[in-house]
Design a binder for this molecule. Structure first.
Ligand code: ADP
Ligand code: UVW
Ligand code: MG
Length: 375
């Protein structure tokens, strides 16, 4: 089966053509503005399906064939992923319009976390909020974490069912997930992808009283506070740069004190989340680092793990990072108490695999055809 995968992130759109588990083409539109990518209709003759990464799927545990009705339901979740959901739905609509006879499947970041234990998914807020407003921890980056988990199990040569892992997705968005037996048992992102670790431009978790203070006492509107937390905080807010880790590290290398503090806060908060994930696991077999920052910043990853209480000295972590930019595999030395593994994030392969699985099951075939014709 040949699947066109569409992965809209907070800033970019990544496209790939995946055939039988291997990408034949990949491309990235860096500052994607939500418009239809050129040439989409030309894929019609070459593909069997389109897979779209949809960041928020609510309680959905499985991918779905997208129809107008399904999109309308997913639109309701926009307040829970304000930066991402409109972009996910826009690219799904572009695909459905340009490729009217091709099934378009939505695969959800949240699905991997759908059966989080209640102790991890429940916020300690009034019951009415949880009941009436669906306030719970959903978790994100599930496509990336699912792929990284399976890849690490293959690398370690052990069944995924036996493994406990801490999986850090380090891109523009950042999250840390505790995975046991292939299931998410806790994760740092919450109701929305604003929770958890500071990101390129997002604050991560802050004292919940801060927005209330800013609205009540500093005269800011809720919209201003939200924009600042989503787009002007994180590494950008701390360092005064774009928030792209390359810019922050370049400023730090020039001795900029704000950039130095930004990296310290980023690493400290990441290490806290790694430690928090460890306590959700009965045993830790690997710490997994994935996403653009993990893949391309080996020195920073060495700095991260050396201070993470994993029993790795800075010197051994540094030697391990000598594999360099783009190196994947175990980066910790053989005597490390916990192996540290870098995995190239392949949401495209996970999207294609979930879509093939859904469309390949014979019980689904008739329904898929019907849903595609009806939309
Ligand atoms: N050499 C590099 N090439 C691309 N991205 C890099 C590089 N080094 C660091 N990065 C970081 O990786 C991030 C992109 O990672 P990615 O996983 O694609 O994130 P996302 O999908 O969240 O946009 C950028 O924000 C950038 O800070
Ligand atoms: C959920 C999320 O933050 O995604 P991304 O890192 O692609 O922006
Ligand atoms: Mg991403």
């Amino acid at each position: 089966m040949r699947v066109l995968t569409l992965n809209p992130g907070s800033s970019s759109l990544k496209l790939a053509l995946v055939r039988d588990g291997a990408a034949e083409m990949t491309s990235t539109l860096d500052k994607w503005d939500g418009s239809a990518p050129p040439g989409l209709a030309e894929f019609a003759a070459a593909i069997d399906a389109v897979a779209v990464r949809i960041v928020h799927g609510g309680n959905r545990a499985e991918p779905v064939v997208l129809t107008e009705r399904a999109l309308a339901e997913l639109e309701e979740l926009t307040p829970y992923a304000a930066l991402h959901q409109p972009r996910s739905l826009a690219i799904a609509r572009h695909a459905m319009a340009a490729l009217p006879r091709v099934p378009v499947v939505g695969c959800f970041d949240t699905a991997f976390h759908a059966d989080l234990p209640a102790r991890a998914s429940t916020y300690a807020v009034p019951a009415a909020w949880r009941r009436e407003h669906g306030i719970r921890r959903y978790g994100f980056h599930g496509l990336s974490v699912a792929y990284a988990t399976a890849w690490t199990a293959r690398l370690l040569g052990r069944p995924v069912a036996q493994l406990g892992m801490v999986c850090c997705h380090l891109g523009a968005g950042v999250s840390v997930t505790a995975v046991e037996g292939g299931r998410s048992v806790d994760t740092s992102m919450g109701l929305t992808p604003l929770d958890g670790v500071p990101m390129a431009t997002r604050s991560g978790a802050i004292d919940p009283a801060i927005p209330l203070y800013l609205v009540r006492r500093a005269g800011m509107s809720p919209a201003d506070v939200e924009r600042a937390l989503q787009q002007e905080s994180g590494l950008a807010g701390l360092s005064g740069t774009s928030g792209d880790i390359r810019d922050v590290l370049a400023a730090r290398a020039l001795g900029d004190p704000d950039a130095r503090l930004a990296v310290e806060v980023y690493l400290h908060r990441l290490r806290r989340e790694i430690a928090a994930a460890v306590v959700s696991l009965s045993h830790v077999d690997a710490v997994v680092l994935t996403g653009g920052v993990a893949e391309h910043q080996p020195d920073l990853m060495a700095e991260l793990v050396a201070g993470a209480g994993l029993g790795l000295s800075h010197a051994s972590a540094r030697r391990a990072a000598a594999g360099g930019d783009g190196a994947e595999g175990v980066i910790s030395p053989p005597d490390a108490p916990v192996p540290v593994v870098v995995v190239t994030s392949r949401e495209d392969l996970e999207l294609a695999s979930q879509t093939e699985h859904l469309l390949g099951s014979t019980s689904e075939a008739g329904r898929v055809r019907q849903a595609t014709e009806d939309r």
